[in-house]
Design a protein around this ligand. Structure first.
Ligand SMILES: NC(=O)c1ccc[n+]([C@@H]2O[C@H](COP(=O)([O-])OP(=O)(O)OC[C@H]3O[C@@H](n4cnc5c(N)ncnc54)[C@H](O)[C@@H]3O)[C@@H](O)[C@H]2O)c1
Length: 287
């Protein structure tokens, strides 16, 4: 008996990297998987159904059930078509994993509006477009699980990734709001912040160094290892009390990432800017 037996799951961007690993793990746990992927290059150019179909072939060869979908997550038509195909095939959707993504890294100073718009469109709007029909359906049909994909680039910041970090920070905000709005309908909404060796990270020196280290990585940072955290989040092992949470998974392990408020200072008089400066140690966390 698999942890996801009989559940219908949509996974976007599942032709490569993490999404493909999630799809294979979901198939092995008994889920029926819609494997979406535009099949483009890392920067979002080009495209073919080939990578999604390959993952479907892997799942069916292992005895699982899956269908391929080549729609673009970043349009309303694409999001609707992905949902419609799952409904036509299996008549329900229990799980949505918003995972599709591209990179157009550049410093803010050198960055272009075209790259800003494209990265926002694929990541942030793509999450919106795929979630919209699924959230509506889950709201009317007893709930389900949605996992979005953020990144430390958006949650903590990273040099050269202003467009990507802004989109990933926005996905965190969307997750927090949907977790609140979905709670009374039984919709669990969570966030994955992965740290994995994939084509997206393979030429980043930090990831290459980690991949060559001997202390457990790349095992901890391989997509197939990280996929177990996605199985956990989408299974009944992970309850509604975890809705709204971010799992940070990769090296050195598994943790929660969250925004926290300092104890702060509670003034009981009309304070000045100088008063604030005088209480910096109370207001700000030490670095
Ligand atoms: N690898 C990491 O360490 C890391 C870190 C933080 C966040 N992430 C995020 O994890 C997710 C998966 O990344 P990955 O490392 O597996 O990258 P990847 O490039 O291997 O996979 C991303 C997939 O998304 C697909 N895709 C891109 N645009 C699409 C679109 N418009 N419609 C449908 N499919 C589309 C691509 O074809 C590709 O197969 C991304 O959202 C990424 O931003 C990855």
């Amino acid at each position: 008996m698999g942890l996801l037996n009989g559940k219908v799951a949509i996974i976007t961007g599942a032709g490569n990297g993490l999404g493909a690993a999630y799809a294979r793990a979901f198939g092995a746990e008994g889920a029926k998987v819609l494997v979406n992927d535009l099949g483009g290059a890392r920067d979002g150019s080009g495209g073919s159904i080939g990578p999604a179909q390959q993952v479907v072939d892997d799942i069916t060869a292992a005895g699982g059930e899956a269908v391929a979908n080549g729609n673009d997550v970043s349009t309303m038509e694409g999001g609707q078509a992905i949902f419609d195909q799952a409904m036509k095939q299996w008549g329900r959707v229990d799980i949505l994993v918003n995972n599709a993504g591209i990179l157009r890294d550049e410093t803010f100073h050198k960055g272009s509006e075209a790259n800003w718009d494209l990265v926002m469109k694929v990541h942030l709007k793509g999450t919106y477009c795929c979630t919209k029909p699924v959230f509506e359906w889950m709201r009317a049909n007893g709930g389900g699980t949605i996992v979005n994909t953020s990144s430390t680039s958006g949650l903590l910041g990273n040099f050269g990734q202003s467009n990507y970090g802004a989109a990933k920070g926005g996905i965190y905000g969307l997750t927090r709001v949907l977790a609140i709005e979905g709670r009374k309908y039984g919709i669990k909404v969570m966030c994955m912040s992965p740290s994995a060796l994939t084509r997206m990270t393979e030429d980043l020196p930090r990831y290459r160094e980690l991949a060559e280290a001997e202390d457990g990585f790349p095992v901890a940072g391989l997509p197939d290892t990280i996929a177990q955290s996605m199985v956990y989040m989408c299974s009944d092992l992970c309850g509604m009390d975890k809705s709204g949470k971010v799992m940070h998974v990769g090296r050195p392990g598994i943790a929660e990432l969250k925004v926290v408020r300092s104890d702060g200072w509670e003034p009981d008089y009309a304070y000045s800017a100088q008063d604030i400066a005088d209480r910096e140690a109370q207001i700000f966390f030490p670095d």
